[in-house]
Ligand binder design. Sequence first.
Ligand SMILES: *Cc1c(COP(=O)(O)O)cnc(C)c1O
Length: 230
Amino acid sequence: MLKDNYKTVLKNIEDACRRVGRDPDEVTLISVSKTKPVEDIRDVYEGGCRDFGENKVQEIVKKVPELPDDIRWHMIGHLQTNKVKQVIDKACLIHSVDSVHLAEEIEKQAARLDMTVDILLEVNIAREETKFGMMKSEAIDMVKEIAGFPHIRIVGLMTIAPYVDDPENNRPIFRALKDLSVDIMKENIDNVSMGVISMGMSNDYVVAVEEGATLVRVGTSIFGERNYAI
Ligand SMILES: *Cc1c(COP(=O)(O)O)cnc(C)c1O
């Protein structure tokens, strides 16, 4: 049963927290349900999960009305400006803001609905050319610029680490994201907090938790392999 997988991952997170002296309540497990049917999501929901992650706007839009309304939906995938309008009042947190241009569109749509939107800045710590995310060197300037938008609240950072056989290889990436969040805090920018650190996936979430993740995004270890062909 998928809910058992969810509980196993939760247990691994708790163990990782204990090893490094963190309170397990600081870490939220997001079950990444992209490509998976609502029955699978319901199974994990019954196991106690309330945070689910999707990377496509159309998938969130389709699933929201079919599932309990106490689910918190996380938009974790690359977001195109023309899709912001559809997702803005459905996602509790947008993890993937990587440009001022995208933030401008979020600001515009949030103002229209008279709401404030929580976002994370996606930073490409691994400097992979294929990945989205701003470079670390751009991050502080971008935080300062986006912090001026009245309908956006920057609450932290997110990164996607590469797939590696040995998750230890991603430890420096996770540490660098955490360090960057500390550097940004030191700037004391109004309207910016750095309490949320979204990092770690099926392969490396234990290491990410040891390095300070507050949100981990786990798909395969809970739902099994994804089939993109269907
Ligand atoms: C798919 C996805 C995940 C989950 O990946 P798994 O390896 O299946 O755990 C996490 N974060 C993002 C941004 C994703 O797109």
